[in-house]
Design a protein around this ligand. Sequence first.
Ligand code: PEP
Length: 244
Amino acid sequence: LPVRKIVIAGNWKMYKTQAETQEFLRGFLPHLEETPQGREVILCPPFTDLSVLSKTLHGSLIQLGAQNIHWEEYGAYTGEISGPMLTESGVRFVIVGHSERRQYFGETDATVNLRLRTAQRFGLTPILCVGETKQQRDAGETESLISLQLDKGLLDIDQSNLVIAYEPIWAIGTGETCEAVEANRIIGLIRSQLSNANVSIQYGGSVKPNNIDEIMAQPEIDGVLVGGASLEAESFARIVNFQS
Ligand code: PEP
């Protein structure tokens, strides 16, 4: 049986100045000495932190990720960032279609697909986020909604260079975690819709030191995408060094 990669990513959203980033690293990096082999650890900071991180992290276990990428190589797109800008900053991964981008910045399945294509064109590994709102879950629409997000988002995407994150929106930043068994079930459904069964699929939504071991014990869950708990060195270290 092919072994899927364990991928643990921290999404810093719009948190941390460069000075705060350096302070985080002072607390976090020593813990990586205890991290078991074979775990991919990714930090996705604001763009302004990328150069500090790429210098400090060079040669360490951590990979750099970004939180967005535009679909054009360059152009008059105020406020956006391009693939070459990211790769030159040492970025290897990029989050695409996070629910906050879909909710607040007009991201659609069509723009998600364009951004995914461009990420791959520039050699980046996209982390595609999918997931339902509370309202959609209560209406029994979870499975069909996710299926649609995958259908449209993954159109003409190379599934050998892809990570997917299942992030139920009602569990993001709320402290309300999706039951590990339920997250495992949905992730199994996501996998059944892929042409490549080896894609690593993460769970995201209020992952904390006190629930990481249970989440990672689930057979379909290959990693986590962590918001709030990735901002604090001790808690992110506990998550990265989960007990298997
Ligand atoms: C996220 O932003 O992707 C996320 C899962 O946030 P949190 O861990 O804070 O719920």
